[in-house]
Design a binder for this molecule. Structure first.
Ligand SMILES: [Zn+2]
Ligand SMILES: [Zn+2]
Length: 364
């Protein structure tokens, strides 16, 4: 095999173990597929869960990823920036050299959800970096050129990370009920997702007052400049303090953490008719008093990433530099295991994007 037909990928070969660099064949695009040369890929906190192969469901139960269609060896990486270098015979015309973000949340294209435009609810998704090889390889196949989203006028690294944390925050905020003057919205968790949401929440809910909740004083300080109030979830009186601030309770809460403490706190923070949207996947289980849901007319919803249409809407918003709040640092992809350790230990403020190096192409 010629060298130019090979590629390097960082792969999970064993659940829970460090990624390994693997040299393998570069794939050929078939049908409507396009081959993308990856220049950069954001490193997402959820990659740590995926590498470990399981999500904690609480009460001693867990989801084993191997049982929901995620198999080894796996090339992760779903915040992908790259350039189209080849297209399959049935792909609509796409200029080689087109650069863009590769939208990763892709459905099978054939089921009733996909055909109805609700690809995100596909039961057999082919998402990049989880179900199909992702951006920690030098090249990847994308099922159709419509998932390559050029983003002129936006910092390309910002756009790449927006395809996961950004669109997740955006889609969750869109699910909240419209707010009247004086309503309060609460964002639980001032990490990457929460700060992304804080940056854009006033564009979607301009009448709402915004409260941010976390247990980490540094993160609360970071959020305090943009929020109307911040609350330390670890403080005993934080629940009653929030209800005082919100004149009885919040119209909406987004839980970007997703552990029993944050879920319980968020549900208790709602006023009648309020809505809790759960986004975080840290895991666990909790007890819910069933009669309170009808008596208080409450809604609980889950929100998982976002749609391609929402990603296009988000890129329009991100043309405003004021919305790009999370700092981004770049590191070589060969440091991927050290990057994971730094994220796991909480040593990263903002986001890390891993950069690939490619040999300079030889002239034809
Ligand atoms: Zn992600
Ligand atoms: Zn489908």
């Amino acid at each position: 095999m010629q060298d130019n037909a090979r590629m390097e990928s960082w792969q999970v070969l064993q659940w829970g173990r460090p990624l390994q660099k693997v040299l393998g064949p570069r794939p050929e695009p078939k049908g409507t597929e396009v081959l993308v040369r990856v220049s950069a890929c954001g490193v997402c906190h959820s990659d740590l869960h995926i590498r470990d192969g399981a999500y904690d469901l609480g009460a001693g139960r867990s989801i084993e990823l191997g049982r929901i269609g995620i198999h080894l060896p796996l090339t992760m990486g779903h915040e992908i920036l790259g350039t189209v270098v080849a297209a399959g015979p049935d792909a609509p015309p796409v200029e080689p050299g087109t650069e863009g973000v590769v939208f990763p949340w892709i459905g099978c294209g054939a089921c009733r959800h996909c055909r109805a435009g609700a690809e995100i609810d596909c039961e057999t998704p082919i998402s990049l970096g989880t179900r199909r090889p992702g951006g920690y390889g030098q090249y990847l196949l994308v099922p159709h050129p419509r998932y390559i989203v050029p983003c002129p006028g936006i910092d390309t690294l910002v756009a790449a990370t927006a395809s996961c944390s950004g669109v997740t925050a955006y889609s969750a905020l869109k699910k909240l009920p419209p707010c009247r003057d004086g309503d309060t919205l609460v964002l639980i968790g001032a990490g990457g997702l929460g700060l992304a949401a804080l940056g854009m929440v006033r564009r979607l809910h301009p009448l709402a007052r915004i409260a941010v909740v976390d247990a980490n004083p540094d993160k609360l300080r970071l959020a305090a400049g943009q929020a109307d109030a911040v609350f330390d979830i670890g403080a005993a009186a934080s629940g009653s303090a929030l209800r005082d601030f919100a004149a009885g309770g919040a119209a909406g809460v987004v839980d970007f953490v997703g552990v029993p403490q944050t879920f319980d706190w968020g549900l208790a923070a709602l006023r009648k008719g309020g809505m809790l949207v759960v986004v975080g996947l840290f895991g666990g289980g909790t007890h819910v008093s069933i009669p309170l849901l009808p008596m208080r007319n409450l809604r609980i919803a889950g929100s998982y990433v976002g749609s391609l249409a929402e990603f296009h809407e988000l890129l329009e918003l991100l043309r405003d530099p004021a919305l790009r709040t999370a700092p981004i640092q770049t590191r070589p992809v060969d440091e991927i295991n050290a990057i994971f350790d730094d994220i796991a230990q909480g040593r990263v403020a903002g986001r890390v994007v891993a950069l690939h190096t490619h040999p300079i192409p030889k002239p034809m």
